[in-house]
Design a binder for this molecule. Structure first.
Ligand SMILES: [Zn+2]
Length: 84
C-alpha cells in the first residue's frame, strides 16, 4: 500500500498533488507593496486600510472587532526579517 504524498502551500494552506503546483500556488499570492490608512476610530491603529499590490490593484480591508494579532501576523513579521 503506497503512502500518499501531497504538498501544502504555506500561504493559503491548500494541498496539491505535485510540488510544482504547490510552488505555483505560493507564487500566485501577492504581497502588498504599500499601505494607505483610510480611517481611524479610537485607538492608535487604523480601522480601515487600503493595500496596493505589485499588479497595480488596490484592495480595501476593514477590522471587524479590533486588531488581529494571530499566528499569521507573526508569520508575516518573520518573513520580512529574512528579506531584511
Ligand atoms: Zn496557495
Amino acid at each position: 500500500m503506497p503512502p500518499l504524498a501531497y504538498y501544502k502551500c504555506v500561504k493559503c494552506k491548500r494541498t496539491h498533488d505535485s510540488f510544482m503546483d504547490a510552488v505555483k500556488c505560493e507564487n500566485s499570492h501577492l504581497a502588498a507593496v504599500s499601505v494607505r490608512e483610510l480611517e481611524y476610530r479610537s485607538g492608535a491603529y487604523p480601522f480601515r486600510i487600503s493595500l496596493m499590490f505589485p499588479d497595480g490593484k488596490e484592495c480595501g480591508y476593514i477590522t471587524d472587532d479590533g486588531i488581529y494579532m494571530g499566528d499569521e501576523v507573526d508569520y508575516a513579521r518573520d518573513k520580512d526579517k529574512k528579506h531584511g
